[in-house]
Design a protein around this ligand. Structure first.
Ligand code: XLS
Ligand code: NI
Ligand code: NI
Length: 447
């Protein structure tokens, strides 16, 4: 028996199961570092990394951009007579790909999986039909749903926003879609449900009531949370920050902004952050900063694993390849206690001119290898504890005595000022940044 799924037709016929062959291998269709069963610390690599394939980039997006038509052939669409038939073929292609790759999870938007119908009710029926088929394939293969979501940005009705639309009718239509997408996520045993505010922001403040829009967004999320919990959803809700694009300003700008929003509206018990590397970069931060900010707030959840192109100003969603970035990312993930409901979702697309069927595999293989290396480096950084030890020492003056009293919020400014007066000279001490950067490079090379 083959250890991958093939539906009515094989869509990647010349490609078999991708296996670990080790760093010496020159087979582009093999893992060099990702060895799923290998133990790193107490867990297997696959349980640390929890890789997910993004349905939209891998099986829906066709390579089109603002300057030109699609370039990716997508045989699963070409050989179908109706949109519903195409949707089922796509499902077959997806499960074939995911099982050949050996990823354990996938993630999807409602409209990735099933086509929009003529009415909201027909759209929901389409989704239910495909969800029933997806459920069978999940059972047959063991592939699981990392998270589901609703596409509240592609249809023209969302041109002025979804939950933040100035027209209440559109808000209700968005809710209709979210309810169906939550039902689908529950039906498929999804471990999370994501909100990415595609058009929740503004293009111009001249036509926007920013205060009301933000309040509407909160009311919408509260209602969605309450519905899902009532239906028995036990997983995590995620907000995925992004500062701009397609709007000029998105309300879920970055991790810090979202934390403030969640706490202000009492959503921080149910919601966590889904952090995307490329969005971090667009916000003027780096990936590590965003992960660390979420970790510090106890709100780290999941990751959209990709990278940007620093010389472009938009969301290029490229596959991750920098060990430096994946090492720091996994360091933050491990220090947050690792993934629970979350995972590493490849919200990434192959380039427009990557048109061979093997390109999609090689892209994922590279991304998985990059995170496997990152995991090993991060684990060395943690167990060696030179870095954390350095930081601990740096803050030691807060561990006891007056420093500890201050940290607990038990010191008045007068008392603090008096101590300052007595201390006189202090603080002339090296931050040792270069030494720590050198150390990081040593960890990267495994020394
Ligand atoms: C787009 C977002 C999107 C979300 C899911 O920029 O990253 O792909 O992950 O709606
Ligand atoms: Ni994303
Ligand atoms: Ni993105």
């Amino acid at each position: 028996m083959e250890d991958y799924y093939v539906g009515n037709k094989e869509y990647f016929p010349k490609i078999g199961k991708i296996r670990y062959e080790g760093p010496e291998s020159d087979n582009p269709l093999a893992f060099k570092y990702y060895d799923p069963e290998k133990k790193v610390g107490k867990k297997k690599m696959k349980d640390h990394l929890r890789f997910a394939v993004a349905y939209w980039h891998s099986f829906c997006a066709d390579g089109s951009d603002p300057f030109g038509a699609g370039t990716h052939p997508h045989p699963w669409i070409a050989d179908a007579k109706t949109p519903m038939e195409a949707a089922e073929h796509k499902l077959d292609a997806a499960f074939e790909f995911i099982t050949k790759l050996g990823a354990e999870f996938y993630a999807f938007h409602d409209r990735d999986m099933a086509p929009e119908g003529a009415t909201p009710a027909e759209s929901e029926m389409n989704l239910q039909t495909l969800v029933a088929k997806a459920k069978k394939r999940q059972r047959a293969t063991g592939v699981k749903l990392l998270w589901g979501t609703a596409n509240l940005f592609s249809h023209p009705r969302f041109m002025n926003g979804a939950a933040t639309n100035p027209d209440f009718k559109v808000v209700a239509l968005a809710a209709n879609q979210v309810k169906a997408a939550i039902d689908a996520t529950i039906e498929l045993g999804g471990q999370g449900y994501t909100f990415w505010g595609g058009r929740e922001g503004y293009m111009s403040l001249l036509n926007t009531d920013l205060k009301r829009e933000k309040e509407h967004l909160a009311s919408f999320l509260i209602a969605a949370r309450d519905y899902a919990r009532k239906q028995g959803f036990k997983g995590a809700f995620y907000i995925e920050p992004k500062p701009m694009e397609p709007t000029k300003h998105q309300y879920d700008y970055d991790v810090e902004t979202v934390i403030g929003f969640l706490r202000y509206y009492g959503l921080d018990k149910d919601f966590r952050l889904n952090i995307e590397a490329n969005h971090a970069e667009l916000a003027g931060h780096d990936f590590y900063h965003e992960l660390e900010t979420a970790r510090a707030a106890g709100l780290f959840g999941s990751v959209d694993a990709n990278r940007g192109e620093p010389r472009n100003g938009w969301d290029t969603d490229q596959f991750p390849s920098s060990y430096y970035e994946t090492a720091l990312a996994m360091y933050a993930v491990l220090r947050a206690g690792g993934f629970t409901t979350g995972g590493l979702n490849f919200d990434a697309k192959i380039r427009r001119n990557s048109i061979d069927p093997t390109d999609l595999f090689e892209a994922h293989i590279g991304g998985m290898d990059a995170f496997a290396v990152g995991l090993e480096v991060a684990s060395r950084m943690l167990s060696d504890s030179k870095l954390s030890g350095f930081i601990k020492k740096r803050y030691a003056s807060f561990d006891s005595g007056d420093g500890a009293k201050f940290e607990k919020g038990q010191m008045k400014l007068e008392e603090l000022a008096k101590l300052g007066n007595d201390y006189g000279k202090a603080g002339i001490v090296s931050g040792k940044q270069e030494r720590l950067e050198n150390l990081l490079n040593q960890y990267l090379l495994g020394l």
